[in-house]
Design a protein around this ligand. Structure first.
Ligand code: BES
Ligand code: MN
Ligand code: ZN
Length: 502
């Protein structure tokens, strides 16, 4: 695959705003914010900051941007950007992260070399420092790997996160953590953005070796023969229709001195292209199904971050990687497959393939000694109908474990919304022929998919994140280009970091 995008380099500096040398000084502005702490800013911009605020050309609404020249020699910045964050208080750190990302996207269009982001306002400064680094990196992402010719919106080379001289060590650490998470999310985005022909299951496994391996994660890739030895009939059943052989990517984080338990098992759907198989999808937007391995990418990204951060807990990452293609050898509707757990499945619809491969992967995570499971998958169109693109669906049990995942997501600034697992959904999956059918009809499609996975988690604490609505942006917005979002990299990492509190 072509070289990856060059991420912005993020550094923390303790300095007064006027002393920071940069092309663009970014000033986050909250509602009812008088900028009292920035005496001299108005003068430095020849009155432009005051004028724009008074005339309401600039309003501090989320992601609103006002850029002006700082011509005054007393301030070392060449230009100043006011960026709106909205209300202080609840959610301000998340809005600040997004505002940083939006500003970095705008800065790229303005061909800025160095930005400096001020930490200010009534927010926890460590949380804000981390969010700034994350936002800068997320905003610096663009996928130009498959474009020839010159880049007229080159990445911003360097970003300084500027804080007052107190608490320097704590803030430097927060910036390092934020950079690690932002970088890992960007690598996950590149994986999900990669076209199917450039990221076959084999190439996905190679990328996982490189990306997770670089942070000290032990990566083992099981080939088709090894998958056959494990009798993973569900994964093999999905892979049958493809000329590309499947892979099972196994990543282990085993820090020296870590307790034997808990062992967090992260499982990610790795369908490198989902055509639907024999139950083939309509052509409209089928190209988007190159991102049907975004859950797997999130797990690879999280393992990379977990290694980098030296998280003191054992974590196993498992990504079943395959294509879902039609073909003379493909699984037919009506076929019965037997998974590694021994459960049989009647395949009613070959497009419900994610749950099949995850069934075998969940079983394997248990085999390898995971004590707590979380799977992440672009699993159902139905979750997009339920929640839109606003949140990932969160399922699982027991309640305490689901809550731990929800709290990790909250701290990470990623939206998840709890969904039910009523026994009714198990009923919908009943098959005359086999232990389970692989679909449960249209009603509650996201819930029946989750109910299917539940059958393979056995009695372990298990959570399922359906990211079909959140892994991909159909259109560009202020903070996000069209394409992969890196959803759940930060949440999964945060969950591993928080192992002591589950
Ligand atoms: N990969 C799709 C789900 C999906 C849809 C992901 C939209 C991202 C965006 C999944 O494999 C699928 O095809 N699900 C079917 C299930 C159905 C056949 C029960 C669906 O949602 O239509
Ligand atoms: Mn499908
Ligand atoms: Zn799929």
């Amino acid at each position: 695959m072509p070289e990856t995008w060059k991420d912005t380099v993020v550094e923390g500096v303790a300095a007064k705003p006027q002393d920071v040398e940069c092309d663009l000084l970014v000033v986050p502005v909250f509602e009812d914010d008088q900028l009292d702490d920035l005496a001299g800013l108005d003068e430095a911009t020849d009155g432009e900051v005051g004028r724009a605020r008074a005339s309401r050309e600039f309003r501090p609404k989320p992601n609103e941007l006002f850029v002006t020249r700082a011509g005054n020699a007393a301030w070392k910045a060449a230009r100043v950007a006011l960026v709106g964050v909205g209300r202080s208080g609840d959610g301000a750190v998340d809005r600040f992260r997004t505002a940083c990302a939006a500003t970095l996207r705008a800065a790229r269009r303005r061909r800025v070399g160095t930005v400096a982001v001020l930490l200010r306002g009534d927010v926890d400064s460590a949380q804000a420092a981390r969010a700034a680094a994350e936002g800068v990196l997320l905003g610096s992402h663009a996928d130009r790997r498959f474009k020839s010719g010159e880049d007229d919106e080159p990445p911003v080379g360097r970003a300084l996160v500027v804080f007052p001289s107190s608490a320097t060590a704590e803030l430097a650490r927060a910036i390092a953590v934020g950079s690690t998470l932002g970088e890992a999310a960007n690598r996950a985005r590149e994986l999900a953005d990669a076209p199917g022909n450039e990221l076959s299951p084999r190439l996905f496994a190679e990328q996982a070796e490189t990306l997770a391996g670089a942070s000290g994660i032990a990566v083992e890739v099981l080939d088709e023969a090894a998958i056959e030895r494990l009798q993973m009939g569900l994964l093999l059943g999905v892979a049958r229709g493809s000329a590309e052989p499947p892979r099972l990517i196994v990543m282990r984080h085993e820090p020296a001195g870590a307790p034997r338990e808990p062992v967090l098992g992260l499982i990610g759907k790795g369908v490198t292209f989902d055509s639907g198989g024999i139950s083939i999808k309509p052509a409209d937007r089928m190209e988007q199904m190159k991102h049907d391995m975004a859950g797997g990418a999130a797990v690879v990204g999280a393992m990379r971050a977990i290694g980098r951060l030296a998280v003191p807990t054992r974590v196993i990452g498992i990504v079943p990687a395959t294509e879902n293609m039609p073909g003379g050898r493909a699984t037919r509707p009506g076929d019965v497959l037997t998974g590694a757990s021994g459960k049989t499945v009647e395949v009613i619809n070959t497009d419900a393939e994610g749950r099949l491969i995850l069934g075998d992967a969940l079983w394997y995570a248990r085999e390898l000694g995971a004590t707590h499971l979380v799977d992440v998958a672009t699993l159902t169109g139905a979750v997009v109908i339920a929640l839109g693109h606003a949140a990932s669906g969160l399922f699982g049990r027991p309640h305490g474990w689901v809550e731990s995942v929800q709290q990790a997501a909250e701290r990470a600034g990623e939206r998840v919304w709890p969904m039910p697992l009523y026994p009714d959904y198990d009923e919908q999956l009943r098959s005359e022929t086999a232990d389970l059918g692989n679909i449960g009809g249209r009603p509650g499609g996201a819930c029946t998919a989750a109910a299917f996975l539940k059958a393979f988690a056995a009695d372990l604490p298990w959570a399922h994140l359906d990211i079909a609505g959140t892994a991909w942006a159909d259109e560009a917005s202020a903070a996000q280009p069209k394409g992969a979002t890196g959803a759940m990299v930060r949440t999964l990492t945060e969950l591993a970091v928080a192992a002591g509190s589950w």
